[in-house]
Unconditional design. Structure first.
Length: 263
C-alpha cells in the first residue's frame, strides 16, 4: 500500500468513527439531549444546508415528485437508524457502535445478490465479507458474553446497519436520475418534521410521557422509545411503500407504554 493509500485509509477510518463519538457525547443520559432531539437537530441543520443547493441544481422538485421513494429512504436511512443508534449509544460505547455500523458492506452485498447482481460474489469480496462477518460475530459475542454491552443495544445498531445498506440501493434504483443531494435534502426535511412532531407531543403531554418515571421524561428516554413504536405503526400502515404522510391515524401514533423505572 502506498503512503497516499495508507493516509486515505486512516483518514476514512477517522471520519467513519468520529460521528459516533459525537453522538455518544450528545446523548449522554445525564448531561446530554434525548436521541430524538439529536436526530431532529442533525436533520434540520442538514436540510437547511442541502435544500438551497438542491434548488440551485434544479433537482429539488424532482425529489419531491418521488416523495414515496424518498419517504421510504428517509425511514430506512434516517428516521429509523438514527434513533436506534442514538438510543443504543446510551448503553454501548461509540467504538462498538462504529464497528457494528461497519457491517453495512456485508448486508449491502447480500441485498445486491438478492436483487440479481451476482457480480458481487467475487473471490476477493467474498473473502473480505467472510473475514468481516467473523470479526462482527467475534466483537458482538465477546461484548455480549462478558456483559460489557447491552445485547438489545447491539441488535438496534445492527438493524440500523441493515436499513442503511438497503435504503441507498432502493432509492438509487427507483430515482436513478435524481441528485443524491436533493434526495437527502427532502429526506432530512421529512425526518426533521417527524421528530419535531414527536418532541412537540412530548412537551404538550408531559403527564403522559412521564407517567412511569419523571426522570425518564427529562432525559427524553420515553420519547425515544415511543418514536420507535411509531416507526412500527408506520411500517404496518405502509407496507408496500413506507412514507411520511398525514393519513396515519393519530390515535395509532405513540401508544406504546413501558412500566417501571428505565435505567
Amino acid at each position: 500500500m502506498s503512503r497516499r493509500g495508507l493516509f486515505l485509509f486512516i483518514l476514512v477510518g477517522f471520519l467513519w468513527g468520529i460521528p459516533y463519538l459525537f453522538i455518544k457525547v450528545a446523548v449522554d443520559p445525564e448531561n446530554g439531549f434525548s436521541p430524538a432531539t439529536v436526530v431532529f437537530l442533525r436533520t434540520a441543520i442538514g436540510a437547511a444546508i442541502l435544500i438551497p443547493i438542491a434548488i440551485k441544481q434544479r433537482q429539488l422538485f424532482a425529489a419531491v415528485r418521488g416523495w414515496r421513494y424518498v419517504g421510504a429512504y428517509a425511514l430506512l436511512e434516517m428516521i429509523g437508524p438514527w434513533i436506534l443508534i442514538g438510543t443504543a449509544e446510551q448503553k454501548i460505547s461509540s467504538g462498538l457502535a462504529g464497528l457494528l455500523v461497519a457491517s453495512v458492506p456485508i448486508w449491502a452485498t447480500i441485498f445486491a445478490s438478492m436483487r440479481g447482481d451476482k457480480t458481487v460474489w467475487q473471490r476477493k469480496r467474498l473473502f473480505g465479507i467472510v473475514v468481516g462477518f467473523i470479526g462482527l460475530i467475534a466483537v458482538v459475542g465477546i461484548e455480549s458474553i462478558t456483559g460489557s454491552a447491552d445485547p438489545l443495544s447491539i441488535a438496534m445498531v445492527l438493524v440500523a446497519s441493515i436499513g442503511y445498506s438497503y435504503a441507498v440501493m432502493m432509492v438509487q434504483s427507483a430515482l436513478p436520475h435524481v441528485s443524491g443531494i436533493a434526495i437527502n435534502a427532502v429526506a432530512m426535511a421529512m425526518t426533521a418534521i417527524f421528530y419535531l412532531a414527536m418532541e412537540h407531543r412530548a412537551v404538550a403531554n408531559p403527564r403522559d410521557f412521564s407517567r412511569s418515571n419523571p426522570r425518564n421524561y427529562r432525559s427524553g428516554r420515553i420519547v425515544d422509545r415511543r418514536c420507535i413504536c411509531s416507526l412500527l405503526h408506520i411500517g404496518k400502515y405502509h407496507r408496500r411503500c413506507p412514507r411520511i404522510s398525514g393519513d396515519i391515524p393519530q390515535h395509532r401514533i405513540c401508544r406504546c407504554s413501558w412500566s417501571g423505572n428505565s435505567q
